[in-house]
Design a protein around this ligand. Structure first.
Ligand code: NCD
Length: 314
């Protein structure tokens, strides 16, 4: 049961619990009224200390579609953080007003800290360059939907693999599925951190390679996960400008890829996928964004104890 549980990183959920959430998300998507109004009277506090479009809107839409309500702030400037209030105090207070907290912070470890002070479930909506577990649920659900199962896939991650938290979370989660292979495509300066490569993947026995050349490897991929260069995490603008257009996926590169490869991107996209690729049937990033709301509905209903994870109502 997920009732009352925090979600700080993907490893907080077992594979069975994730499967339960995906089944529930699909039921919510296909059965119009399923779980509608089930969270009436429940409140979600969205504490966003960093910008967000999709994650915050999809969480708020998810809660409202379940019949609940939302409060919170979308930028730290409008919270007491600017007066020097600690995260621990903000979270203690929010957890006495709301039934679930969704938070995003530029600081690695912020969600874990918050979970220690909160009386209600804390869901990590991104902590610095560390983790983003609900984006991972979204990504896994999309792969499961479009490739039928997760496992036996060659997944390429391309772009800012150093700072991209969605990459860190997804690589970690995928390493738990059978027979996976990974290719990390990045400039030298933005390589995947060792704690993911040699660390997590090494321990799980997942074969992986690193390269700077997308064209060389794209033909062998089943999934290509594109990411933007994370400007806000750079120490200087010059490095960002030098690296920002390292990879641009266009129709020429797509012509080298398998007919059934899918292209994912957590969004927002900047330049790394040319708009011309949007019309390619393999471009799945807008579908991916849509699935994000359904899996967040499933997660909220589960941590609030409205439904057992397998989909049966309690
Ligand atoms: C991502 C994030 O915030 O890490 N966005 C999102 O939540 N969909 C990716 C990004 O900002 O590049």
């Amino acid at each position: 049961m997920l009732k009352g549980r925090h979600l700080v990183e993907p490893g907080d959920l077992s594979l069975g619990e994730m499967e339960g959430l995906f089944t529930l998300a699909e039921k919510i998507e296909t059965e119009d009224d399923y779980l509608r109004e089930s969270c009436r009277g429940k409140l979600l506090a969205a504490l966003f200390f960093e910008p967000s479009t999709r994650t915050r809107l999809s969480f708020e839409a998810a809660m409202m579609r379940l019949g609940g309500s939302c409060l919170g702030f979308a930028e730290p400037g409008s919270s007491s953080a600017v007066k020097g209030e600690s995260l621990a105090d903000t979270v203690r207070m929010a957890s006495s007003y709301a039934d679930v907290i969704v938070m995003r912070s530029p600081k690695e470890g912020a969600a874990l800290l918050a979970s220690r002070y909160s009386a209600v479930p804390v869901i990590n909506a991104g902590d610095g360059g560390h983790h983003h577990p609900t984006q991972t649920l979204t990504d896994l659900l999309t792969i499961r939907r479009l490739r039928r199962s997760i496992g036996g896939l060659n997944v390429g991650f391309c772009g800012d693999l150093k700072f991209g938290r969605t990459v860190h979370s997804l690589a970690k989660a995928l390493s738990r599925y059978p027979d996976m292979r990974m290719v990390f495509i990045s400039p030298e300066e933005l390589r995947i951190p060792d704690y993911i490569g040699g660390g997590i993947l090494g321990k799980a026995g997942v074969p992986y390679t690193e390269t700077g050349d997308l064209e060389k490897v794209i033909g062998g991929l089943d999934v290509l996960y594109m990411t933007r260069v994370q400007r806000e995490r750079f120490f200087n603008e010059e490095d960002y400008i030098r690296l920002k257009d390292s990879y641009i996926l266009n129709t020429e590169k797509m012509a080298l890829a398998k007919k059934d490869m899918i292209v994912l991107h957590p969004l927002p996209r900047v330049n790394e996928i040319a708009v011309e690729v949007d019309d390619d049937p393999r471009a799945a990033y807008f579908k991916q964004a849509k699935y994000g709301m359904f899996v967040r509905m499933a997660l909220l209903a589960s941590v609030l104890g409205i439904t057992g994870v397998g989909g049966s109502l309690c």
